[in-house]
Write a protein that binds this ligand. Structure first.
Ligand code: HEC
Length: 106
């Protein structure tokens, strides 16, 4: 029993990523958003481009799987990112977008 706890403690210390807080995952998602060129076309809170819709309130409109489909598959006007993003980058990007819940006029 003691031994099990010790193993668990060692696992937690040696693989911090599995236990990282949702807050740091969202922060990572925000940097993926910037680094992947999303902000070239999309604005969030008045920063970014306007080729695509403003995403400040996208967390109110879209569910996780809808976001995932849009991002990995793209559309006629948006390039697909399924090949360029790693799974953790995609997951963190989606947690970030889910947290963008500003009320918008449109
Ligand atoms: C070349 C411009 C361009 C880039 C780069 C781009 N998008 Fe888009 N995106 C669009 C356009 C245009 C739409 C509008 C809907 C459509 O055509 O599918 C869109 C739609 C979306 C939507 C759905 C919004 C809604 O309200 O339905 C999401 C979410 C999204 N993009 C996320 C991203 C993310 C995340 C990235 C970066 C990994 C990204 N986009 C990069 C142009 C772009």
């Amino acid at each position: 029993m003691r031994f099990g706890l010790l193993v668990l403690a060692i696992l937690m210390v040696s693989s911090p990523e599995c236990f990282s807080s949702s807050r740091s995952r969202r922060a990572h998602g925000a940097s993926v958003f910037a680094a992947s060129g999303c902000s070239h076309c999309h604005s969030i809170r008045n920063a970014g481009g306007h080729k695509g819709p403003d995403l400040s309130g996208v967390g109110r409109r879209l569910k996780k799987d809808q976001m995932r489909r849009q991002i990995t598959g793209g559309s006629r006007l948006m390039p697909p990112f399924g090949e360029t993003l790693q799974e953790t980058e995609l997951a963190d990007l989606i947690s970030y977008l889910r947290s963008c819940r500003d009320k918008q006029k449109k």
